[in-house]
Design a protein around this ligand. Structure first.
Ligand code: COA
Length: 261
């Protein structure tokens, strides 16, 4: 087992389990965790023994409850767009394009950056306790780690519009029906189920799987401008009164009051 400050990496045969380990903050993604995830994915992808990576969250409550709001609440628009651009490159696009298959094992809340991270994985399995959503507009900002692009790819434009506009969460049952996750299993079966999928994958050619990932992803590259537009719009939100109110309200543990709402 390898321990990073905010991550655990366990290897068993051809499988590696990567656990995001900040349970007191519901595994929220701060800058340090994003960097550690990048480093861990690089190391596992370089490890010829490892044929499948399972990504999950520690504790029984959350996969990841989003980007760490306390780190960006006072950012300027420029810092906001840098945050999105850097995060997309270092982690979200990086995972999506990794040659080693990555399965998200969603064990609880997957919100904001947490759902965006699960969506960047090659596919998703969730426990019956999981709850998923992109609540950014309730904070006066938009998803900035690829959520405006990957959610419509996975569930269709209309459903993505509704989920993002309402900031609502959906449960695992609805997520299966939407095609956001491939399987829903009882909490205690989540990791064993992902292991059995990993075992099955590990019997196949890693070289061919790497090329299949590349070819499948290539079919979705026609919306590259969408990612750039997301980064610009995400940054612009940081200059608004709504963003100040939304993030301050979260950190003060009160409901945001947007003008006219
Ligand atoms: N960023 C920073 N801290 C976060 C966080 C986030 N995205 N999500 C949760 N936390 C922290 C809380 O501030 C709290 O810390 P504290 O104990 O030091 O005060 C701790 O994690 C536990 O969260 P809490 O809100 O007390 O748990 P809960 O069970 O009442 O509610 C959620 C769970 C997931 C509904 C709630 O934490 C939440 O709404 N989180 C933010 C989700 C979000 O908007 N994500 C998108 C970010 S862009």
């Amino acid at each position: 087992m390898k321990k990073y400050k905010n991550l655990l990496v366990e290897k068993e045969g051809h499988l590696a389990t990567l656990t995001i380990d900040r349970p007191n903050k519901l595994n929220a993604l701060n800058r340090e965790t994003i960097k550690e995830l990048h480093d861990a994915f690089v190391a596992l992808n370089d490890d010829e023994e490892i044929k499948t990576i399972i990504l999950t969250g520690s504790g029984d409550k959350a996969f990841v409850a989003g980007a760490d709001i306390s780190e960006f609440a006072d950012f300027s628009p420029k810092e906001g767009s840098n945050l999105a651009a850097k995060g997309q490159k270092l982690l979200f696009d990086f995972v999506e394009n990794l040659a080693t298959p990555v399965i998200a094992a969603i064990n609880g809340f997957a919100l904001g950056g947490g759902l965006e991270l699960a969506m960047a994985c090659h596919f998703r399995v969730a426990s019956t306790k999981a709850k998923m959503g992109l609540p950014e507009v309730s904070l006066g900002v938009i998803p900035g780690y690829g959520g405006t692009q990957r959610l419509p790819q996975l569930i269709g434009k209309g459903r993505a519009m509704e989920l993002i506009m309402t900031a609502n969460m959906i449960d695992a049952q609805k997520a299966v029906a939407y095609g956001l996750i491939n399987h829903m299993v009882p909490a205690e079966d989540l990791l064993p189920f992902c292991h059995s999928l990993g075992d099955r994958i590990s019997k196949n050619s890693p070289v061919a799987i790497g090329y299949a990932i590349k070819a499948i992803n290539a079919g979705f590259k026609n919306n590259t401008d969408g990612y750039a537009t997301e980064i610009d719009a995400f940054g612009t939100c940081f200059g608004t009164e709504d963003f100040k109110e939304g993030t301050t309200a979260f950190l003060d543990k009160r409901k945001a009051e947007f003008p006219g709402a």
